[in-house]
Design a protein around this ligand. Structure first.
Ligand code: FCB
Length: 457
């Protein structure tokens, strides 16, 4: 049997998000999202870039779907822009916005590609920011659920796979408290960590209410998931002691104890809550039940990891800094730690205690300094190196019996990388933003061959 083989029913896909590729920002009744407003302020995004045009996917979706066919994927993860569907955030539904997603989904289905729709990938309606401060206000969870009912009841005849929210930490914690250049996300800087934790608590509530709304509005059977970007602790060696240290560290690493734990177990991790102390959010009676909805799957966006080792003193583990010159892809945070995929999956089963939950890698990929060469090609062997090693780690998880069912590469094509604008390219297809030409990179051919052979090549 060839090595690094995946099971026959393993599902291969690619992912994108609305604001990063669609463009057509004010077409067919769409109103601004917080990302439109944020990008319009000088100095907020690199080179003043915005998603106003992006990859113009709104008009070019048919040829983009043809690229997917060429790639051989059977699954496509995209997101639906709330401000296209309910332009004022709450209230009336814009049918012209819904129609775009009907056209896209019909086109996917015609080509044998299963749609997986993310209901929120950071582009919340500006109107709700103006009205009540978006995620600072509990009301947003209810307005989100209303929007979710509206779109699921209209699209549920052709979409069965729903993902509620993408990466809660990013649009809450990195939006409301981060002090970084370029800033990560829109969001008024708030005064205290407690207020920041309140925004992610509201997002968790929105996720829970959305799960209920999807199941109530779906005309047929459907699958519901959350997409989280857990911080992955990786044991520096696989000795029993280092593995135990990585497991102990996991709930305390970044925000895990306050995001993935409540979503999957119904409680903020006790030790983590203690660590938060007065920064912990206010949790009303009944909130945790709402947050802890049954899920059909978990989506994990994993790009990197943190090495951990066992130590003799309390707390028994140590998270390790990386040495100068450690290999990194083209983002400050994108350290090359391919075992992160294996350990991320294993932690959900063992450390969070949810071995029952099917897992999909909903994003994995890297930015590289891609250039079109004289032959008009992009030979991104660095991206191939990255993907090959990560897929080997994913295959190991499957081989050891962890419930990994599918993989979406991030991303189908270069796109608007948030505050980094068009400067950072994550695609396996090169986007020439001047002409909107799509040029498959070497990694596109490599990934196509993996899919064709159903193994890591
Ligand atoms: C993730 C986001 C995605 C993209 C990748 C590089 O955090 O979900 O939109 O920006 O990072």
């Amino acid at each position: 049997m060839p090595s690094y083989q995946f099971p026959d029913d393993f599902q291969w896909g690619a992912a994108t998000a609305a604001y990063q590729i669609e463009g057509a920002a004010s077409e067919d009744g769409r109103k601004p999202s917080v990302w439109d407003s944020f990008s319009a302020i000088a100095g907020r995004t690199l080179n003043g870039d915005s998603g106003a045009i992006a990859c113009d996917h709104y008009h070019r979706y048919e040829s983009d779907v043809k690229l997917m066919v060429e790639l051989g994927i059977r699954h496509y993860r995209f997101s639906i822009a709330w401000p296209r569907i309910v332009p004022d955030g709450r209230g009336s539904v814009n049918e012209a916005g819904v129609d775009f997603y009907k056209r896209l989904v019909d086109c996917l289905i015609r080509h044998g590609i299963t749609p997986h729709a993310t209901l929120f990938h950071w582009d919340s309606p500006q109107a709700l920011e103006d009205q009540y401060g978006s995620w600072r206000n509990r009301q947003i969870a209810h307005d989100f659920a209303e929007y979710v009912s509206a779109i699921v009841s209209r699209l549920g005849d052709r979409v069965q796979h729903w993902m509620t929210i993408n990466e809660i930490p990013c649009f809450t914690h990195l939006g409301y408290s981060a002090n970084q250049t370029p800033p990560h996300a829109p969001g008024t800087r708030v005064g205290s960590s407690k207020e920041v934790w309140q925004t992610s608590h509201h997002a968790l509530l929105a996720h829970g209410l959305a799960c209920q709304a999807i199941r109530a509005a779906s005309p047929g059977p459907c699958s519901v998931s959350l997409v989280d970007n857990i911080a992955v602790t990786v044991p520096i060696t696989e000795s029993e002691a280092d593995i135990a240290a990585a497991q102990q560290a996991f709930p305390h690493c970044w925000l895990n104890g306050g995001i993935v734990f409540p979503a999957l177990t119904g409680a903020y991790h006790a030790g983590f809550l203690e660590q938060l102390g007065s920064a912990a959010p206010e949790i009303q009676t009944g909130d945790l039940e709402i947050i802890h909805q049954p899920l059909d799957r978990l989506g994990l966006n994993i790009y990197t990891g943190t090495y951990v080792r066992a130590i003799d003193q309390a707390p028994g583990y140590e998270c390790l800094d990386l040495p100068q010159g450690y290999p990194r892809l083209h983002m400050p945070w994108l350290n090359f730690v391919p075992e992160c995929l294996y350990w991320g999956i294993r932690h959900i089963s063992e450390t969070v205690g949810r071995p029952d939950l099917p897992i999909w890698i909903t994003e994995n990929g890297c930015a590289a300094q891609d250039v079109l060469d004289a032959k008009g090609e992009v030979i991104d062997t660095d991206r191939i190196l990255y993907l090959r090693q990560h897929l080997r780690a994913a295959q190991r998880a499957v081989a050891e019996g962890y419930p990994l069912k599918g993989y979406f590469v991030w991303s189908l094509m270069d796109n608007f990388e948030w505050a980094w604008g068009y400067d950072r390219r994550f695609g396996i297809v090169y986007t020439d933003y001047r002409t909107q030409q799509r040029i498959p990179k070497a990694s596109f051919g490599w990934y196509a061959e993996c899919i064709r052979q159903n193994r890591v090549v």
